[in-house]
Structure formats: C-alpha cells, structure tokens
Design a protein around this ligand. Sequence first.
Ligand SMILES: Cc1cn([C@H]2C[C@H](O)[C@@H](COP(=O)(O)OP(=O)(O)O[C@H]3O[C@@H](C)C(=O)[C@@H](O)[C@H]3O)O2)c(=O)[nH]c1=O
Length: 186
Amino acid sequence: MKVIGTYLEGVLVIEPKVHGDHRGWFMETYSDVKFSGSGIELNFVQDNHSFSAAKGTLRGLHYQLNPKAQTKLVRCTQGAIFDVAVDIRKNSPSFGEWFGIKLTEENKKQLLVPKGFAHAFITLTDNVEVQYKVDELYSTENDRGIIWNDPKIGIEWPSDITPILSEKDQKAPLLKDAENNFNYGE
Ligand SMILES: Cc1cn([C@H]2C[C@H](O)[C@@H](COP(=O)(O)OP(=O)(O)O[C@H]3O[C@@H](C)C(=O)[C@@H](O)[C@H]3O)O2)c(=O)[nH]c1=O
C-alpha cells in the first residue's frame, strides 16, 4: 500500500497493493495494522455504499459538524468518479481550498478525507458504486452542506457534464453563509 500526501494537510491518496494472478486479483482495501504503520490511526464505525445511475450525478459538498465530524475513506468500486475534499477548518492556512482526484474501478485509488473537510463527488460514468468507511456515525442533526459550485471555492468540475443533484444539495448554502457554524480545530 502506498500513502501519498497532497497539498492539503491530512488529505491522503491511498494506493492499495493489487495481487494479480490467472484468476484475477486480490487487494486489502483497509488494514488496521498497515494504516497504523503509516501513522493513520482511525476507528471506523460505519461502512457506506451508494449507487448513482447516471453520469453527472453530483453528491455534496457534505460534512458533519463536531462532535460528529467524520473521517471518510472513499473508493469507487464500479465506474468512475471525480472525488473532492474542501478544507473547512477555520484556522487552517488552506481554508476554502480544494483537492480533487479521479477514483475509478480500474485505478482502485482511495481518498482519505479527514474531519474538518467537506466532501463531494461527481460520477464520470453511468452505474457508479462508491463505498466508504467513516469513523463517526451518521447524524442528521449535524449533517450539513455547501453548494457544489461556490465560486469562492472554485472547484474545477468536469466542464462537459451537467450535474444531477438532490433537492437538498440544490439548496445548500455558500461557504460564507455556512462558515460561522464550523467548529473544527478551535
Ligand atoms: C449519509 C447517510 C444518509 N442516510 C440516509 C439519509 C437519506 O434518507 C438517504 C440519502 O442521504 P443523502 O442524500 O445525504 O446521501 P448522499 O447525498 O449520498 O450523501 C453522502 O454524500 C457523500 C458526498 C458523502 O460524503 C457522505 O458522507 C454523504 O453525505 O440516506 C443514512 O441513513 N445514513 C447515512 O450515513
């Protein structure tokens, strides 16, 4: 397994070791010992799995407030997504900055999105399955969103796709209208 840092502190790209043979392949998608060995101490408590039928489905930007903030270990097991993390830690030097990466069924890459980051993805193919582990339970009271196309964040979504959004995500606020509630790292 390879752990690759990004320009956002704490956001990591994980490349599992894939063991191929004449039958196909095998990989460990998460190992407590290997993550600990790389300095990543997590206690996952929930596994999530979503299916998006159409290319252009955009879920996010989502986060949970403390004390229910979540670390997410995200992977795409069918099709392809462009996966994004946005730093919403108020005192961070990279507050409001984003990192994006293509996660696909073929490349088997994973993105580790720490607490204090909003998360979103857009599907780049039809019939996409995304699976992710989280280290805090879902909490409707603490579940929040930021609008996907906030110009202040300026995420470079694939330009040839018109996003398909949930009603909730269409009504999400701008970063500037949500940031008073952020309670990470204070
Ligand atoms: C996230 C979540 C949703 N739900 C329910 C609530 C709702 O009825 C239904 C669909 O929820 P949503 O519309 O919020 O699903 P979705 O838009 O897929 O939300 C997800 O988006 C990605 C980007 C993330 O980062 C996730 O943490 C999560 O916020 O599932 C749970 O029961 N448990 C959960 O952990």
